[in-house]
Design a protein around this ligand. Structure first.
Ligand code: C5P
Length: 213
């Protein structure tokens, strides 16, 4: 079983894929973390928008980089969307993601029944043959508010207007890039979560999956 979940920044993909992974006993890959780790590495080397810098960062990516501190910060998100616009970087990272989808690692319960991946191009590029594709969206204002609350709960300083600006900029970069832009696959189920809580989104996703089985 492979479930592909795409959508813009802070749309709730992480919450949904955690629930799906638990429910169906799947390995889960948040592909944004890979781009964030490359973005942070690129920032250490130089300008993340510079192709040579970004490619060097992508080539040197190691598994351990995926659980370092700071990956969820907005600075990492911005750098991620800069390196993600570079085709050579996406090429390097594609193999890792496809390999995860087709040979998912065991989880804490042992062998899994498949994989759930979330990102921007899972249904369109990474796993175009996935039997279940979801595209999760919400208005930028709702997403900014969710991110604001999340940061507050973590005790981090946050400015609403700056978060909204970052989300709008990042969406624009993700949608307008020439390679693997953010867009729903033609066969994806689109769920607008603006007026839904996490449980309602999960129920809608389960409903779609069972209608396809
Ligand atoms: O999902 P998250 O906000 O963590 O992703 C950070 C950035 O990584 C996105 O804004 C996007 O530019 C990039 N990304 C991507 N393709 C993916 C996952 C993330 O381009 N599959």
């Amino acid at each position: 079983m492979i479930i592909a979940v795409d959508g813009p920044a802070a749309s709730g993909k992480g919450t949904l894929t955690r629930k799906l992974a638990e429910h169906f006993n799947l390995a889960r890959l948040d592909t944004g973390m890979i781009y964030r780790a490359v973005g942070l590495k690129a920032l250490e080397i130089g300008d993340p928008a510079d192709e040579n810098v970004a490619v060097e960062a992508a080539r040197s990516l190691a598994f351990d980089d995926l659980d370092q501190a700071g990956l969820r910060d907005e600075a990492a998100g911005k750098a991620a969307s800069q390196v993600a616009a570079i085709p050579a970087v996406r090429d390097i990272l594609l193999k890792f993601q496809r390999n995860f989808a087709t040979n998912p690692p065991n989880n804490k319960n042992g062998p899994v029944n498949g994989a759930v991946l979330d990102g921007r191009d899972i249904g369109t590029v990474v796993c175009p043959d996935a039997p279940y594709k979801l595209f999760i969206s919400a208005s930028s204002e709702v997403r900014a508010e969710r991110r604001y609350k999340e940061l507050q709960e973590r005790g981090e300083e946050a400015i609403r207007s700056a978060i909204l600006r970052d989300i709008i900029d990042r969406d624009e970069r993700d949608r307008s890039r020439t390679v693997a832009p953010l867009e729903p696959a033609t066969d994806a189920e689109i769920i607008d979560t603006s007026d839904m809580d996490a449980d309602a989104v999960f129920a809608a996703a389960l409903n779609f999956i069972s209608s396809q089985s």
